[in-house]
Design a protein around this ligand. Structure first.
Ligand code: ZN
Length: 424
């Protein structure tokens, strides 16, 4: 996660997957002697890099006052390590940064830099025997960002929802007069003016939506709600950007605007939203199956073939099952330099690293085994994909197509830009 992100770049399923694994690893870390020497640093967006540097230098000085000298030294080496790594950081980024550093079980300084998926809301510097990950762990819940729009003649409310978070972005009154005016000779004229005002209002709401949902907070899909007639009238308006129109996932009757209305809309659309991500995944798998079925030569599968295709920059989209979660590790003994390689499932990583700290080296019988290098298979595939502009999608096994990817294709498949092999 040390790559710097450009503003507004879309977060893909793989980044969330990698972050989840990164957090699982962080959770397993303990300070080398259970002293309070692991540094957790949360930097909110908008922080200036020189301010972080000077704060760290202050903390370095303060650490000399720590009573236990070895703890003080360990904190200082963590801070030095952060300071030297910060030289490669060019900006804080739109969501801030989370940094974790210190001497862990393996008796070496480990450094983790995470660019979180949501903005960090606290400023925190903390030394403990564990890393404090709660603030970023909460963020894993939020997945796809959706737009919820309520449109009525009387007003409009635009909200976005992402995981457990719901934010009202705009809440406006229309000042369009009601449809009916009591009596009067100019009833027809009044109705015409009201109609025109309503059309102008819908035009204004369309513009608002285009800006909010395409520019300010790009969304994956939109749910539209409103009183029976208004929302239909609105959706007929020509001013809605066609890209937004394509994203309308559902339309529901909702009586009010404002936050109450938004909550009602969210409640009505809940099942549809839950299905949405799975639908996307299924479509990808179906496209892959179609290529195979029609023998277009534009589909391949299996770790070896997919890696080859990635290296030739021939891949459009990589599909990886979430159950493919292998971490390949190089282990080394600090007592005698014995080394070996092993791989575990990410879910077993925590237990593995605990077990490793008690494991006797087969050469010298000391308990000084540590992980020298580790690579997550999906991370490795993602790096290959990023280098050649390919997309990588993590596919869950919560549906039949996903289970098939894992069961029948070894969990790794790809759709190609051009034909690589003949007679596949
Ligand atoms: Zn050894």
């Amino acid at each position: 996660m040390s790559k710097q992100r450009e503003n507004g770049e879309k977060r893909s399923s793989v980044e969330r997957y990698i972050l989840k694994h990164e957090i699982e690893k962080l959770e397993a870390k303990r300070s080398f002697n259970m002293s309070t020497s692991l540094v957790t640093l949360y930097i909110p967006p908008g922080t200036r890099l020189p301010d972080i540097t000077s704060q760290l230098k202050d903390e370095y000085g303060t650490a000399t006052n720590i009573k236990d000298k070895s703890t003080g030294k360990a904190v200082q080496s963590a801070i030095s390590s952060i300071l030297s790594r910060m030289k490669n950081v060019t900006k804080v980024g739109e969501n801030g940064l989370a940094i974790f550093c210190g001497i862990t079980q393996g008796n070496k300084v480990e450094f983790f830099l995470i660019e979180p998926p949501d903005p960090i809301s606290i400023k925190l510097y903390l030394c403990d025997h564990v890393f404090h990950i709660d603030h970023i762990k909460d963020m894993l819940e939020s997945k796809t960002r959706y737009g919820l729009a309520l449109v009525a003649r009387g007003g409009a409310t635009l909200a976005i929802v992402q995981g457990p978070r719901l934010d009202i972005i705009r809440d406006e009154d229309s000042h369009v007069p009601g449809k009916h005016k009591m009596g009067g000779q100019s009833q027809a004229r009044f109705q015409r003016l009201t109609e025109e005002a309503a059309q102008r209002w819908y035009g204004k709401v369309s513009e608002m939506m285009n800006k909010v949902y395409l520019e300010d907070f790009p969304v994956e899909a939109i749910i539209v709600g409103g009183p029976a007639l208004s929302k239909t009238e609105f959706l007929e308006s020509k001013d809605i950007d066609y890209r937004l129109r394509d994203k309308v996932l559902g339309i529901y009757d909702v009586g009010y605007t404002g936050e109450i209305g938004i909550r009602e809309l969210l409640d009505k659309a809940k099942d549809k939203l839950a299905d949405f991500e799975l639908v996307q995944e299924r479509l990808l798998m179906q496209t892959f199956m179609e290529h195979l079925g029609k023998d277009t030569g534009l589909a391949t599968y299996g770790e070896k073939h997919v890696k080859e295709a990635l290296e030739k920059a021939a891949v459009e989209t990589v599909l990886v099952s979430e159950d493919v979660d292998r971490v390949n590790m190089e282990l080394r003994c600090d007592g005698c330099d014995y080394s070996t390689t092993e791989s575990v499932k990410t879910k077993e990583y925590n237990n593995f690293s605990k077990e490793l700290s008690d494991r006797k080296c087969p050469e010298c019988s000391e308990t000084k085994m540590f992980i020298e290098k580790e690579t997550d298979l999906i991370t490795e595939l993602n790096e290959l994909a990023e280098n050649t502009g390919a997309q990588l999608e993590v596919i869950s096994t919560a549906h039949e197509d996903g289970s098939m990817l894992y069961g029948a294709f070894g969990g790794i498949a790809a759709m190609l830009r051009y034909k690589l092999y003949d007679g596949y």
